[in-house]
Design a protein around this ligand. Structure first.
Ligand code: HEM
Length: 497
């Protein structure tokens, strides 16, 4: 018995050593086991100057080239530094689902959209909390339902016919300026009724232009930097506030029991879930936001559509679009309304392809409130850390060769039946109107007004570009055609004067 105890005591340290060594080995094995999940690495980072990051390249090469170069070098997920901020770019549908679909508590717009407050004004959009903003966007959504769109289609046609009746039998115009003006008139007639329209012709259109020009790339980082464009923006916003306040209060006095069936009235009559009515400041802010969201985006799309169709190389698309109008006239005569507009498939594809190549919102931004992981189509995983600014650069996202064949080419037929490129196969491969949780509520309205304008022009005028195909103005947050887009027109002989 004594001997057994001695042997046991002597062997105890050896046993302990074996057990601990075994545990350590097992633990190490577990750590290096290929089945164990490790945090994926951070995305690769673009080289940049100390403190300034990519700022010097931005100034010399422009934003599009900088992002393109980084994408070509590092692939679909990469980070760039711009002064104090790191921005991770996600390019392509495979890495974009969380960006578009993630909950706002996980990936939000608030932190990265504060720069829009001086433009939209107080009480709306990113000046209010998420819940209030959702409700305000719901009010917009209500005003864009098909039953309302049918009414707007009629008003759009009226406005467009009146506008082009003023063009002579022949002439040369700056298409960009003409469409900026016309879209403002159309939006005002459809959304805000006669009161705003009466004041539209001059002042309001000018102020909207100044609001857009005041949203520069530098605005994203320094929204209150004392530059001329910001000063003009602030004056324009203050003046729009005065004009719209006058309109809202006169509408309330003139129609105490409910006024005309337009968006202004919709916004005045809207109620939050708790029963609260919209205030005058909120209605004014929503009017400015709706005009801002729809005006420049639609007018630049209308102008690019003209430039693309009239460019010499695209003669076949122009011919196809004119022929479609001739066939529709054979079926419906001169009638253009909501239903007839739905039949303009070729024209629709021409506009859709313009938006792929020239998205007015060139880049969407979010803030990662929680870290998340993305997986590229090559199978690489990256972790996007909490607190990171995340960007979806639509301007290259919609030109990916593995999604679109010959992506730099203007090819509306790629969206036609039988071609597998229409982006419907894969979610978030076509994102000109965003997608997921924050998809644009004005998409149908925007297509409608551009189709009303271009169906009228194609039916009634022969047109040609006078200047070379326009470059893009990358200086603003919502880029459009740079400089004048001069076009010569001849009214078609058969067209009504
Ligand atoms: C060609 C015309 C237009 C384009 C290209 C366009 C593009 C976009 C894009 C890309 C987004 C997503 C923003 C993001 O995810 O951060 C968006 C959102 C939005 N758009 Fe448009 N838009 C157009 C016209 C309009 C019009 C006419 C209106 C209304 C009058 C409008 C109202 C809105 C609103 C309210 C949102 C925010 C939706 C949300 O966050 O839930 N847009 N638009």
């Amino acid at each position: 018995m004594e001997l057994t105890r001695i042997i046991w005591l002597a062997s105890f340290p050896i046993l302990v050593t074996i057990v601990f060594t075994g545990m350590a080995w097992l633990q190490r094995r577990a750590t290096f086991s290929p089945t164990t999940k490790r945090s994926p690495p951070l995305p690769p980072e673009a080289a940049g100057a100390p403190l300034l990051g990519i700022l010097p390249s931005l100034l010399t090469k422009g934003p599009l080239q900088v992002i393109r170069d980084a994408h070509a070098e590092m692939g679909s997920v990469f980070t760039v530094s711009l002064l104090h901020r790191k921005v991770t770019f996600l390019v392509g549908p495979d890495v974009s689902s969380h960006f578009f679909q993630g909950l706002d508590s996980e990936i939000s717009q608030d932190e990265v959209s504060q720069f829009t407050i001086p433009t939209f004004g107080p009480g709306v959009a990113f000046d209010v909390d998420f819940a209030t903003r959702r409700e305000q966007f719901r009010f917009f959504g209500d005003a864009m339902k098909p039953v309302k769109l049918r009414t707007y289609a009629r008003l759009m046609v009226q406005e467009v016919e009146e506008y082009f009746a003023r063009w002579g039998p022949t002439g040369t115009v700056d298409l960009k300026k003409e469409l900026e003006h016309l879209i403002t008139l159309v939006a005002s007639r459809c959304l805000f009724g006669e009161e705003v329209r009466a004041k539209m012709l001059g002042e309001v259109a000018t102020h909207l232009h100044e609001l857009n020009d005041g949203m520069r790339l530098v605005t994203i980082l320094f929204p209150h930097l004392p530059i001329l464009a910001h000063r003009r923006r602030d004056t324009a916003r203050a003046r729009l506030g005065e004009i719209f306040s006058g309109i809202v209060s006169s509408r309330k006095t003139s129609y105490p029991d409910g006024g005309p069936n337009d968006m202004l009235q919709c916004l005045i009559d809207s109620r939050y879930k708790d029963g609260r009515a919209t205030t005058e400041t909120e209605v004014v802010g929503m009017l400015v936001s709706a005009l801002f969201a729809g005006q420049h985006t639609s007018s630049s799309t209308g102008t690019w559509t003209g430039a693309r169709l009239l460019a010499h190389a695209n003669g076949n698309h122009l011919r196809a679009a004119v022929q479609e109008q001739e066939q529709i006239v054979e079926r419906h005569g001169d009638r253009v309304d909501y239903e007839v507009l739905q039949e303009m498939d070729i024209l629709h594809r021409c506009v859709k392809e313009v938006l792929r190549l020239h998205p007015p919102a060139m880049m969407l931004l979010r803030h990662a409130r929680r870290s998340f992981t993305v997986r590229t189509r090559e199978g690489d995983e990256y972790q996007i850390p909490e607190g990171r600014t995340v960007a979806s650069p639509l301007v290259i996202h919609n030109r990916l060769p593995h999604v679109y064949k010959d992506p730099e080419r203007y090819e509306p037929d790629r969206f036609g039946p039988g071609r597998g490129e229409n982006g419907a196969g894969e979610a978030f491969s076509y994102t000109a109107f965003g997608g997921g949780r924050h998809a644009c509520v004005g998409e149908a309205f925007a297509y409608m007004q551009i189709k009303v304008i271009w169906s009228h022009l194609l039916r009634n005028f022969e047109m040609e570009m006078v200047l070379p195909f326009p470059e893009t103005n990358w200086n603003v947050v919502m880029p459009g055609p740079k400089g004048k887009v001069m076009v010569r027109y001849n009214r078609r002989m058969s067209a009504a004067a």
